[in-house]
Write a new protein. Structure first.
Length: 217
C-alpha cells in the first residue's frame, strides 16, 4: 500500500471547516475507488479563528454583530445552504456562546490520528454546529470527548493540562507562520496545499497531484 498524508488545518467553530470535512470524506471515497492501493493518513491541526478570545468566550450574538455588523444573518445564509447540500443542518440561530477553542483543539491533538481523531473532530463539530452546545463548559467538553471514545477521567486531565494548552497555542502560531490565514487548509503529502472547502473532486485532484509529485521525485 502507498501512503498519502493529508494534513487538515481547521477550527471547530468554523462552519466551512465542517463542510470541508464532509467534502474530504467524499474525496476519500473517490480515492478508495480510483486508487485502492493508496492508504490515506488524515491528521488534524490547530487553527484559531479568534486567537484573542477570552477563555470564557462571549455571547454569540455579540460576536456575530461585532464581526458582521447589522447584516449579521446574511453571511450564514449561504453557508447554511451549502451545509444542507452535504447533509449538515447548521443550527446557527441556537448557538448561544462563541468559545475560545484551545481546549477543544487540545482534545483533538491528543487523539490518535485516524479513526480516534476523526471521531473527536466530528463530535466537536456536531456538538457546536448541530446541537448548539456550549464549548466553554468543561462538563460539556468531557461529555463530547467521551462520546468520541475518550475516557472521562483522561478527558478531564487534558482539560486541566496547561502545558498541553500551551502546545496547542504554539500549533496555531506555527500554522500562521506557514502563511495559513484561512481555514480549512489541506496539505497533501506535504507538497500540495489547497485553501478552502473545495468540492470532493477538487480535493481528489490535489491528492493525485501530490502523489504524482512524489513519484517524480
Amino acid at each position: 500500500m502507498k501512503t498519502l498524508t493529508i494534513d487538515v488545518v481547521s477550527d471547530v467553530v468554523c462552519p466551512w471547516c465542517y463542510i470541508g470535512k464532509r467534502r474530504l470524506e467524499r474525496a476519500l471515497a473517490l480515492l478508495a475507488i480510483q486508487y485502492p492501493d493508496v492508504e490515506p493518513e488524515v491528521r488534524w491541526h490547530t487553527f484559531q479563528l479568534n486567537p484573542d478570545m477570552s477563555p470564557e468566550g462571549m455571547p454569540r450574538a455579540d460576536y456575530v454583530k461585532n464581526k458582521f455588523g447589522d447584516a449579521a444573518n446574511s453571511p450564514y445564509e449561504r453557508v447554511a445552504a451549502v451545509g444542507k447540500e452535504v447533509g449538515l443542518p447548521f443550527a446557527f440561530d441556537r448557538i448561544s456562546r462563541q468559545p475560545n477553542t484551545v481546549v477543544a483543539h487540545s482534545l483533538i491533538a491528543v487523539s490518535e490520528p485516524g479513526m480516534a481523531q476523526d471521531a473527536m473532530v466530528e463530535a466537536l463539530f456536531k456538538a457546536y454546529f448541530i446541537e448548539a452546545r456550549d464549548l466553554t463548559e468543561a462538563s460539556v467538553l468531557i461529555d463530547i470527548a467521551e462520546s468520541a471514545g475518550m475516557d472521562r477521567v483522561l478527558a478531564e486531565q487534558h482539560l486541566q493540562n496547561a502545558a498541553l494548552h500551551s502546545q496547542t497555542i504554539d500549533s496555531d502560531k506555527a500554522a500562521r507562520e506557514m502563511g495559513i490565514t484561512g481555514v480549512p487548509f489541506f496539505i497533501f503529502n506535504r507538497q500540495v496545499g489547497l485553501s478552502g472547502a473545495h468540492e470532493g473532486e477538487t480535493l481528489l485532484q490535489g491528492m493525485v497531484e501530490a502523489m504524482n509529485a512524489a513519484t517524480d521525485d
